[in-house]
Design a protein around this ligand. Structure first.
Ligand SMILES: Cc1cc2nc3c(=O)[nH]c(=O)nc-3n(C[C@H](O)[C@H](O)[C@H](O)COP(=O)(O)OP(=O)(O)OC[C@H]3O[C@@H](n4cnc5c(N)ncnc54)[C@H](O)[C@@H]3O)c2cc1C
Length: 299
């Protein structure tokens, strides 16, 4: 049962017990309601006065949203699944080894113990690592509201800096990640320009699939820090298909990512600096993916 505890100032705090109750609150209060999952991003924005709401809706008591499940083709990461639980999940380590390894480089243990998938994708920080991996893996975000359910491809979910396709009355229910085929290997390269605890300056995820003859039959590459949303240049990916993934082919792909990138200048590096580092990371991620790395590396 939903209880509105004594108001914090003029803000009511709700603790729903079911998804249905969450959806009712969102339907009733719309933009005046804000969800709180792990609170790692929310707390910073709230304290800085960058968001306000008449109703705060704590999700931690809602059962079932923290499940990590898999079938033959898809791993489903519940909106309330913690990043740390995902990192150490045997299912994720086996089916999505690059994601599990990359999670080990997200923030610090304290952050990962609290942070959730739903919060990460809803925050839509352009330097978050997970959207980059989700983009390269062709994942989908499943949403629910009182008016129904929908599944949004990651390409369409992230719209702009800190902006998503989420409507004010929608809840992220889970993120569905297609399991790469057994002939596909990948790599995530995370570049930090300041210190080990800093947010990512640039990140590149690459997945390459081999056919029975050892040729590259499919390539997927995504970059973050290179623009408002994870960057994928599909025409460039097609250039990697064929008998040989050569250093020249990788350089060509890297140049096309640079041409499509539109980074910001910030404390982690100027736009010009990012455009100079990006091609090196694309080549590094592709080289590691083609070598069967299936891990994440911090540079
Ligand atoms: C010190 C620090 C370091 C970090 N380093 C990294 C890093 O290296 N890489 C990286 O990828 N990320 C990093 N992060 C970001 C971190 O992963 C996110 O803050 C976290 O995943 C957000 O999840 P949360 O559960 O805490 O969300 P909250 O803070 O609770 O919520 C964040 C936003 O999502 C909304 N929301 C939450 N759940 C839902 C839902 N189910 N449906 C709809 N909306 C929802 C909230 O209303 C809020 O707007 C870092 C964060 C911190 C504080």
């Amino acid at each position: 049962m939903t209880v509105a505890t004594p108001a914090v100032g003029r803000t009511a705090l709700h603790r729903p017990d079911t998804v249905e109750e969450v959806l009712d609150l969102l339907a009733e209060h719309g933009e005046d309601a804000k969800l709180i999952a792990g609170g790692t991003a929310f707390t910073i924005l709230w304290r800085a006065g960058l968001i306000s709401a008449g109703h705060l809706v704590g999700l931690s008591g809602v059962p079932g949203l923290d499940r990590i499940e898999a079938d033959d083709d898809v791993v489903s990461l519940g909106a309330l699944a913690r990043l740390r639980s995902t990192e150490i999940s045997a299912t994720v380590r086996e089916r999505l080894p690059v994601v599990a390894a990359a999670l080990g480089h997200v923030g610090n243990l304290r952050v990962r113990n609290a942070a959730t998938w739903g919060g990460n994708v809803a925050e839509a920080d352009n330097t978050s690592d997970l959207p980059c991996l989700l983009a390269a893996l062709d994942a989908e975000v499943r949403l629910r509201s009182r008016s129904g359910a929908r599944s949004v491809p990651v390409d369409e979910f992230f719209v702009d800096y800190f902006e998503t396709a989420l409507a004010p009355d929608e809840l992220v229910v889970d993120v569905r990640v297609p399991v790469p085929s057994e002939h596909c290997t990948g790599s995530y390269v995370k570049f930090l320009s300041r210190n080990a605890e800093d947010r990512t300056c640039l990140g590149v995820a690459a997945f390459l699939q081999r056919d029975d003859d050892g040729n590259c039959s499919a390539a997927r590459v995504a970059a973050i820090g290179a623009g408002p949303v994870p960057l994928r240049v599909r025409e460039a990916e097609q250039g990697l298909q064929g008998p040989v993934v050569s250093p020249d082919a990788m350089r060509d792909v890297a140049a096309r990512y640079v041409a499509a990138a539109d980074p910001l200048s910030d404390i982690r590096g100027s736009a010009e600096y990012r455009l100079r580092v990006l091609p090196e990371l694309v080549v590094e991620a592709l080289t590691r993916a083609w070598a069967g790395h299936d891990r994440a590396v911090l540079l």
